[in-house]
Design a protein around this ligand. Structure first.
Ligand code: SF4
Ligand code: MSK
Length: 641
C-alpha cells in the first residue's frame, strides 16, 4: 500500500494505471505477485547467493560463503563450482527458450517455402533476400520459395549440426573483428589457463545440452570453463536462436516499420470485445489480429452487443504485434494480473514464456476466458486450445469466438479501466534506423564522433516484484537521455518506457541538447523501441553494422547495456551474450552469483580483459546512469573521440 497513505503513490509500481488497479486489488483482496512475494519472506539467502545445490540426491547442499559452516558440498563442490553451475543452467534455459522459439519459426518458414503450410506467406521478400545474401545463399534467378527453403535449412542446421564449426548465422552476422577476437581468446584461454572450453558456438542445441551434461553430478567443477560455456551457449542464443527468430518472423510476418501506438491499460475498451495476447511467439497472435478483422468475426462481435473486437498486447507477444500490426499495448509483465482485474478482458490468449500460472485462478474470478495454446505452457485451470500452424486461420477464429462468447457475461459493476495511455512511436528495427539515417550508419557515427550523441545504451528486460514496477526503467532511461545518450531497447523495458511517454516525440524535451537536436531533426523520440526479447538480436546487428562501418571491434564502441528490472533466465542469456559480444552490462537485482568469489571476479573483472564486456551491479538508477556514462566516456577516450 501507499507508504504515505495518500492513495497516489505506491511502492509497488511507478505506473499510475497500476497504482489505480492495485487499490482495487487491495479492496477486493485479489492475490497478486506483490502479496505472494510478501508471503515468501524471508527468501532463502543461500538461493540469493547462488550457493545451494540440489544436483544430486546426496544434497541438497548449501555453503555459507562467509565461512560459517562447511565450505564444500558432500561431493566436494565448492561455492564457486555450485554458483557457476547454477548460472550456466540459467543461461541454458534462457538460451533454449529463445532458440526453441527460433526453431519453430524456421520450421514454419520451411513449411511455407515447400507449400506444406498455406496459412502463412513470405510477406517480406526484401528481408528474405537480405538474409539470404548475408548467408551466402544464391538468390539470382531463383524463386522466393526456393530461397526461403534454403534460408530455413541454413537456420535449422544451426540447431542440430554435429561438427565443430561455428554456426553459420553467427559466422555471417557477427562482425569479423569480434569473431576473430573470440577465436583468438579461445586460444589465449587455452594457453594461459588450460581452459579448453571454446567460446564460439558449434550448435544451438548442442551448447545447451553441453551445459546440462557438464553440470551433471561429477562433471565440470571449474568455474572458468563453466563460465566460458555459459558465454558460448548464450552467444548461440543471441547470434543464433534469437537472430533466427527475428529474421524469420520478419520474413513471414513483415519487418516492423515506424508507427504510432497507444500503451497502457487504457487501450482496453468498455464497449468492445477485448482480447489480450500475451507471451512471446507472434505466429498465433499475428493471426488473431488479422482474423479479428474478418467480416464473420466482426459481425459476431456486433451480434454479441460489442462495437468490435479489440486485440491488444502484453509482454513480448504484445511487442511483436505492436511493432508489426500497430495494436495497442496493455502493459508489461507486472500488468498481466492487473489487466484481468479490469473486468474488461474477455479473453487472454497466451503462448509461451513469462505467463504467471496465477492468471488462471484470477481469470476464474471474472468472466475472462484464459486460453493456453502451447503444449509447452499448459496451466491448470486454463482452457487449452492447442495451436497448430497449419490450421492457424481456423484456430484463430475458434479462439476469437470464445472471446466473443464471453463478452455478454461481463459484470458491468466490476469493470474498471484506468484511463491511462501514452503515445509511443515504435518500430525502430535496424532497417528503419538505417532508412532514417539515409541507408548507412555513417550519420549516427558522425554524431557520436562529434559528441552530439555520447553513445548508445541498450536496455532490456522485465519487471521484477523486488523493484517498484517501471521505476528503474523510467529513472534510468530519463537520466541517460538527459546526458545525450541514445537509448534503445526491447521487452518489458520497452513497454515501461512507452507507458511513461518516453517514446513520444514530447520526450525530446527531456533529452540533452545534442540528442534533442538530432531527434528533432529526424522526427524521432530519444528512446527507441526495437522489439521483443528475441529482438535483442536487432541490437547486436546494429552494433555489428556500426563496428563494421568503422572497422573496429564492438568492444571498442561507446555502447553499454542494462537489465534494470530483470527476472527471467532469458535475461541471463541476453546479458551473457551482450558481454560475450563485447558490451558491458548493468544488472539489477543482484544475480545469484555473489556466493562465489571467483565467479564474481571473473564476470565483473576478468571478463573485461578477455571479452571486452563484463557485468556490473547497481541498485540506484542515478548511480547506474553515472556508471553507464563512465563506460561510454572510457570507450570514447580510448577511441580518441
Ligand atoms: Fe551436494 Fe555435490 Fe550433490 Fe550438489 S552435486 S547436491 S554439492 S553432493
Ligand atoms: S517478456 S523475459 S518478462 S522482458 Fe519478453 Fe518481459 Fe522479461 Fe518476459
Amino acid at each position: 500500500m501507499c507508504e504515505v497513505g495518500c492513495g497516489k503513490h505506491d511502492h509497488r509500481s511507478a505506473d499510475p494505471a497500476a497504482v489505480e488497479m492495485l487499490a482495487i486489488a487491495d479492496r477486493e483482496q485479489y492475490a497478486t505477485q506483490w502479496s505472494r512475494y510478501e508471503q515468501q519472506q524471508p527468501q532463502c539467502s543461500y538461493g540469493q547467493l547462488g550457493t545451494c545445490c540440489r544436483i544430486c540426491s546426496m544434497g541438497p547442499c548449501r555453503i555459507d560463503p562467509f565461512g560459517n559452516g562447511p565450505t564444500q558440498g558432500v561431493c566436494g563442490a565448492t561455492a564457486d563450482t555450485i554458483v557457476a553451475r547454477n548460472l550456466a543452467r540459467m543461461a541454458a534455459v534462457g538460451s533454449s527458450s529463445h532458440s526453441d522459439h527460433g526453431r519453430k519459426a524456421a520450421l514454419l518458414l520451411k513449411a511455407v517455402a515447400t507449400g506444406a503450410n498455406t496459412n502463412y506467406r513470405l510477406t517480406d521478400t526484401v528481408k528474405l533476400t537480405a538474409v539470404a545474401d548475408r548467408l551466402g545463399i544464391a538468390t539470382d534467378g531463383r524463386s522466393f520459395p526456393e530461397v526461403a527453403g534454403d534460408v530455413a535449412d541454413a537456420a535449422l542446421n544451426c540447431f542440430g549440426k554435429q561438427d565443430d564449426e561455428p554456426i553459420i548465422f553467427l559466422q555471417k552476422f557477427m562482425p569479423k573483428r569480434r569473431y576473430e577476437h573470440l577465436k583468438k581468446m579461445e586460444q589465449t584461454l587455452l594457453e594461459s589457463t588450460g581452459a579448453t572450453t571454446g567460446l564460439l558456438p558449434r550448435g544451438i542445441d548442442r551448447e545447451a545440452v553441453d551445459i546440462l551434461h557438464r553440470t551433471h553430478f561429477g562433471c565440470d567443477a571449474d568455474p572458468l570453463s563453466l563460465i566460458a560455456q555459459t558465454i558460448r551457449c548464450s552467444l548461440a542464443d543471441g547470434w543464433g536462436g534469437s537472430l533466427i527468430a527475428t529474421s524469420v518472423q520478419d520474413i513471414l510476418l513483415g519487418t516492423p516499420t515506424i508507427k504510432s501506438i497507444q500503451a497502457n491499460l487504457g487501450v482496453l475498451e468498455v464497449e468492445s470485445v477485448n482480447v489480450v495476447v500475451h507471451g512471446h511467439e507472434p505466429i498465433l497472435s499475428a493471426k488473431i489480429v488479422e482474423m479479428a478483422q474478418e467480416p464473420e468475426i466482426r459481425l459476431l462481435a456486433v451480434a454479441a452487443g460489442a462495437k468490435r473486437v479489440n486485440v491488444v498486447g502484453l509482454c513480448c507477444t504484445g511487442n511483436e504485434v505492436l511493432l508489426r500490426q500497430g495494436v495497442g499495448m496493455a502493459g508489461n509483465e507486472a500488468h498481466s494480473e492487473l489487466a484481468i482485474m479490469t473486468g474488461a478482458v474477455d479473453a487472454m490468449i497466451v503462448d509461451v514464456q513469462c505467463i504467471y500460472p496465477a492468471l488462471a485462478d484470477l481469470a476464474s474470478c471474472f468472466h475472462t476466458r484464459f486460453i493456453t495454446t502451447s503444449d509447452q505452457a499448459k496451466i491448470p485451470g486454463a482452457i487449452h486450445i492447442q495451436f497448430h500452424e497449419d490450421q492457424a486461420d481456423t484456430i484463430s477464429r475458434t479462439i476469437l469466438k470464445e472471446a466473443i462468447a464471453a463478452f455478454p457475461r461481463r459484470n458491468p459493476a466490476r469493470i474498471h479501466i484506468p484511463h491511462h495511455t501514452a503515445t509511443a512511436i515504435v518500430g525502430f528495427t535496424v532497417e528503419e534506423i538505417l532508412k532514417a539515417l539515409g541507408g548507412t550508419p555513417a550519420p549516427l557515427i558522425d554524431l557520436i564522433v562529434k559528441g552530439t550523441i555520447k553513445g548508445v545504451a541498450g536496455i532490456v528486460g522485465c519487471n521484477n516484484v523486488k523493484v517498484q514496477q517501471d521505476s528503474f526503467h523510467r529513472t534510468l532511461t530519463t537520466e541517460l537521455i538527459k546526458r545525450d545518450i541514445l537509448v534503445i531497447g526491447t521487452g518489458c523495458w520497452a513497454v515501461g518506457a512507452a507507458k511513461a511517454g518516453l517514446m513520444d516525440l514530447s520526450a525530446q524535451e527531456l533529452a540533452g541538447d545534442g540528442l534533442k537536436s538530432v531527434c528533432t531533426s529526424l522526427g524521432i523520440p530519444p528512446v527507441l523501441h526495437m522489439g521483443s526479447c528475441v529482438d535483442c538480436s536487432r541490437m547486436l546487428v546494429l552494433a555489428g553494422a556500426i563496428a563494421e562501418h568503422l572497422d573496429v571491434d564492438i568492444s571498442q564502441l561507446p555502447l553499454v547495456g542494462s537489465a534494470p528490472e530483470w527476472t527471467t533466465e532469458k535475461a541471463v542469456a541476453i546479458g551473457a551474450y551482450f558481454v560475450g559480444s563485447g558490451i558491458p552490462v548493468h544488472l539489477w537485482p543482484v544475480p545469484p552469483i555473489l556466493g562465489g568469489a571467483a565467479v564474481t571476479r571473473i564476470l565483473t573483472q576478468d571478463a573485461k580483459e578477455v571479452l571486452g564486456g563484463y557485468f556490473f551491479v547497481e541498485e540506484d538508477p542515478i548511480i547506474t546512469a553515472d556508471k553507464m556514462e563512465a563506460v561510454i566516456m572510457e570507450r570514447r577516450a580510448a577511441l580518441g573521440i
